[in-house]
Design a protein around this ligand. Structure first.
Ligand code: SF4
Ligand code: SF4
Ligand code: SF4
Length: 294
């Protein structure tokens, strides 16, 4: 996709750590209209489209503030899930599904739809309806949550089944200039830079992608999307934080783990038992073993 000089100049004013993402979004928007060159008018139109009518500002500080406001709004509100929710199954998607530039799960909406389909195929709704009488309250629902990055804005820690987007940073052959912007960007102190370029501490790295966004030289790039899967979180009288079932799963494994989690629930639950209560009763290790052995 080509950019005319004025549009390219405006792109340059986007804060560099989200520039790649903004560029891709604008190009997708323009391509969807059958065009192959981005003009300044297209940038304005795309901006209005993605910000729900806000006008494009020209100064970097204003634009940066606009982006930050947008991120804050997305983080606070998440995105609507009525199309996925059923009486007994409730979805929660973070603002990554609506354009948060920190998102590392590009296909969040289709992935959520796929998980809804699997829950339906496995008969989860019927199972839950059959084990409960009376009005359906919040704690009767099985909650499936997706977060686009390890910031976890959709609260996966208290979901029955949660998926978190991640990307392991990897080093290309490009020349590192030693600027250490990546080091400053890393909130986990998981990264150092020496004459040979960047080095990662795997024990500390959260796979959040912050260093990649800050590296202007493309020395660090994101590896393929991977997903952390958590299960069994809940609030209520006996809160329980969700436990990790997989640390760096490919998407196919995520789908398989949802199937197996539902089978475990259907075969091991006492009458009317919440999934989080089942995990507490059986114990974290046994639950993981029972799922892995299926
Ligand atoms: S979890 Fe990450 S991608 Fe999702 S809204 Fe929060 S910061 Fe954005
Ligand atoms: S991916 Fe995140 S945690 Fe890991 S080194 Fe980069 S900035 Fe640090
Ligand atoms: S890896 Fe990139 S951000 Fe980090 S010091 Fe090298 S050039 Fe700078």
């Amino acid at each position: 996709m080509k950019w005319d000089p004025e549009a390219a100049q405006r792109l340059e004013r986007v804060p560099f750590f989200i520039r790649k993402k903004v560029k891709r979004q604008i190009e997708e928007y323009v391509a969807a209209q059958g065009k192959d060159i981005v003009t300044s008018a297209d940038v304005t139109a795309a901006r209005q489209h993605f910000t729900g009518g806000s006008t494009l500002t020209t100064g970097q500080e204003e634009l940066s503030q606009l982006d930050l406001d947008r991120i804050r709004e997305l983080v606070e509100k998440g995105v609507p899930t009525e199309a996925l929710d059923t009486k007994y199954i409730k979805f929660r998607l973070c603002g990554g599904a609506a354009g948060c530039p920190l998102n590392l799960m590009d296909q969040m909406k289709p992935y959520a739809a796929r998980l809804a389909e699997i829950a339906r195929e496995q008969g989860l709704e019927t199972f839950l309806a059959g084990s409960h009488d009376g009005p359906v309250l919040f704690h009767h629902q099985f909650k499936i949550t997706l977060s686009g990055c390890p910031n976890n804005c959709s609260q996966p820690q208290i979901a029955d089944f949660a998926v978190i987007g991640q990307a392991r940073p990897s080093v290309t052959g490009a020349k590192c200039n030693g600027c250490e912007l990546c080091v400053k960007a890393c909130k986990e102190n998981a990264l150092t830079v020496d004459d040979n370029g960047p080095h990662f501490d795997d024990a500390l790295c959260l796979l959040c992608g912050d260093c990649t966004r800050y590296c202007r030289k493309e020395v660090i790039v994101n590896g393929p999307e991977r997903y952390r899967v958590l299960i069994g979180g809940k609030l209520g009288r006996h809160p329980h934080l969700a436990i990790p079932l997989a640390l760096e799963a490919a998407w196919e494994e995520v789908e398989d783990l949802l199937r197996k989690t539902i089978v475990l629930y259907q075969t091991q639950a006492l009458d009317g038992e919440r999934f989080g209560d089942l995990v507490q009763r059986l114990g974290d290790d046994r639950v993981i073993k029972l799922i892995r052995e299926q």
